[in-house]
Design a protein around this ligand. Structure first.
Ligand code: MG
Length: 337
């Protein structure tokens, strides 16, 4: 197997703002793994807050030697070896994991979903994300989101009530609310959630600072809405320490090193009775299609990263009636444009 990679910059349709920062582009690194003329595609998406850069990903990928593995080698074994090269670098590892799954699916002529033993094609509705923005842009984005049945609303500490009022003037669709750690205390968060509980809200993502597990536990015991961990949980090993403090976890391939570990996280989280949300960064259809392979196993889907960019370099992922349309193409089911 031969690994090649190149940096690429995603251009965002709108400036994307959440509670802590804003951006107009997202750097990514595109990865290909080739075997006998068949190519598996992967991608590392690198939003600033995760700490990886195009340079760090390329440096990591230069250390990866796939020539020592056979195409028959289990992905599990390859990923264990790649994980051991250096700690962190989760997006770089995810890029390899995605390309390996895509390649293996193509070689065995089946979807990654089927390869993983997932037989259902039923998936929850996927949400469309609306970042923190000026009033007229929020209204514009709600209109852009017409094909979607659920909106995910990013909120901060200061203006969240105003944001919800604006959204509710435009639509009565159910909402996911993502506070991105911005609410200051457990009491403040509970008051906010109590207010929101009458507004057709499905869940609250990461209300408080990520390491404040005790306050999240206090909040979970009192909250009328499910509380989902995002920043508080990255990898499989994090689930144990947060399992009593949240109702569910948001799994993202870029945080957890890819499909192989995401599947383990889903199984472990289910053992603890946790809900599963599948999320993403701003990504091309490649990483979104990879995460979508796990969509039948999830309760909540937030896989819209490819819809928020203007220069997607892959095709094949479609939304039908507000849900990701899982095709039966081999691998992750996308083509390079
Ligand atoms: Mg989030």
């Amino acid at each position: 197997m031969k690994l090649t990679f190149q940096p690429y910059n995603l251009i965002l349709k709108h400036t994307f703002s959440i509670a802590n920062y804003s951006r107009n582009t997202t750097p990514i690194v595109l990865v290909q793994i080739e075997h006998n003329g068949e190519i598996g595609y992967g991608e590392a998406s690198l939003p600033q807050y995760l700490g990886e850069t195009q340079d760090s990903v390329c440096t990591f990928l230069q250390k990866v030697d796939l020539s020592k593995f056979d195409i028959q080698t289990e992905i599990e074994e390859i990923m264990l070896s790649i994980d051991a090269i250096k700690e962190r670098n989760t997006a770089a590892k995810a890029a390899i994991d995605i390309a390996l799954h895509d390649l293996k699916g193509k070689i065995t002529n089946q979807s990654v979903r089927k390869m993983l033993g997932i037989t259902s094609t039923e998936t929850p509705f996927t949400s469309y994300t609306i970042g923190i923005d000026k009033e007229h842009i929020i209204r514009e984005k709600v209109k852009e989101a017409t094909p979607y049945s659920i909106l995910k609303i990013k909120v901060d500490r200061e203006n969240w009530r105003k944001t919800i009022d604006i959204i509710r003037e435009e639509t009565d669709k159910p909402l996911f609310i993502d506070a991105n750690q911005s609410w200051a205390s457990k009491e403040e968060a509970l008051e906010n959630i109590q207010f929101l509980s009458t507004k057709n809200i499905l869940l609250i993502e990461q209300p408080l600072e990520k390491s404040n597990i005790e306050s999240h536990k206090w909040l979970k015991e009192r909250s009328p809405l499910p509380i989902i961990a995002d920043e508080s949980v990255q990898r499989l090993s994090d689930i144990e320490k947060i399992k009593d403090a949240f109702d569910g976890i948001n799994i993202k391939l870029m945080k957890c090193t890819g499909i192989n570990e995401a599947l383990k996280m889903i199984k472990r989280a289910r053992q603890y009775g946790l809900k599963i949300m599948l999320g993403c960064m701003t990504e091309t259809s490649c990483a979104i299609a990879a995460a979508a392979q796990l969509a039948p196993l999830a309760d909540f889907i937030d896989l819209d990263g490819n819809l928020l960019i203007t220069n997607d370099c892959f095709d094949g992922l479609k939304i039908k009636n507000g849900k990701i349309d899982l095709n039966n193409k081999s691998g992750i089911g996308i083509e390079k444009l």
